[in-house]
Design a protein around this ligand. Sequence first.
Ligand SMILES: *Cc1c(COP(=O)(O)O)cnc(C)c1O
Ligand code: SF4
Length: 480
Amino acid sequence: MNSVEMQASGTSAMQVWQAQAMETRQRVWGDVPDEKWNDWRWQLSHRLNSLEDLSRVMELTDEEIEGLSAPDKFRVDITPYFATLIDPTDPKCPVRRQVMPLGRELRAFTSMMEDSLAEDAHSPVPGLVHRYPDRVLMLVTTQCASYCRYCTRSRIVGDSSANFSRQEHEAQLDYIRRTPQIRDVLISGGDGLTMPPKILDRLLGDLRAIPHVEIVRIGSRVPVFLPQRIDDEFCAMIRKYHPLWINIHVNHPREITPELREACNRLADAGVPLGNQSVLLAGVNDSVHIQRLLVHELVKMRVRPYYLYQCDMVEGAGHFRTTVSKGIEIIEGLRGHTSGYAVPTFVVDAPGGGGKIPVMPNYVLSQAPGKVVLRNYEGFITTYTEPLDYDPLEIRHLESQIPRRTEAGQEGIASLLEGRQFAIRPQGFDATHARGGEMHRLRADSSKWQPFLVGETLEGTAGGGDQPAIEAPAQNGEGE
Ligand SMILES: *Cc1c(COP(=O)(O)O)cnc(C)c1O
Ligand code: SF4
């Protein structure tokens, strides 16, 4: 019976997938006793990567053979556990598509980049990406339990010769130690949970010893690829480092198995708040219906959908990319239609660097002083009547009790709204608009461009450059 027939006969898709996985384990690994199968070290050392290994599990297609035979391909490695989740007869199986190389992944596309998020350009030391004011991404290893074809870090991931050394970990930690604005450290890679347990334990301990690091988070696909790793020993270790958050990475409900549920249960019982990050992938999960089942299965195991990422413009990922509108359509189909807890934020990670940009359907239809016209998920259109006597300054008294943030990176639209600066100018704006002209009598006094009461730390109006600016240069001090 195929899955469509099983569904028609009333058995849910989840049960069909589970039965198929058990069949594959019996067929391919029937002689492996449970105690080996459930040992994460056995799983890691028996990963599949060759044509021969993989043809024992599934009927390989010509394009898969082409992908597997390509000399410069991104690393292939699949844990036996994850391989059992593959439909052996369906080349379009969503689990299979994520980890099996295809010939077409080598195809170039417009705007493709090796490091499309410019992470290495934003790294003051190797592997430490400091893009946002108060948090850093700490790449601790290039190794993963299995490798995703669309990996945004394929430039280093999978390459053990590019792995981070003890000295580089120390340099990362030193940077965090001497940068007090960092209150949140996100451990990723590669996958930190593939590191030897002692090394991970020590690294977490070193981070926890830094007083200004308030929270530590780990982004890991180990619960999905290697749920056996989330054993009692691991949970006891992780408990020492609270507040510690973990984001897992599930893309399709077919990846949600009793083993993954058990791993999430253990983590949640160890006090770890769990989130999920998915990548929107063509032919894998670019469907409202698939996403709805996915998020429902996630919240059932105490995992809150966190981000749904637009697929990055990274080499190797071309055939996985969708339009941005597909993500908007998915959010349109989730928000309001299901629990708010189950709705992720859809984000485009800014190509060229700049971080995650949330994108969503438009819910604000129009505005006038005192009125906002909104629509809900059903198309019901309503009016919110705004108070005309609202005093946004009344809160100042309470606000003054809270410390202000002064570190770099506080510019942006929020600073325009706060009145800390007046305008944001693209690079070269002042020079372009000076039109190469001379300093003349009408340009000499730049104070005429200083907006009254804007910018709290006015540093005089002389500005830094020798070209007079069209706009008041006094605000430059703020963001630089
Ligand atoms: C995603 C990311 C973070 C964390 O972003 P949040 O929105 O806080 O989850 C931090 N640094 C970098 C470089 C990232 O890509
Ligand atoms: S687990 Fe994450 S880092 Fe590893 S290959 Fe997959 S996407 Fe890349």
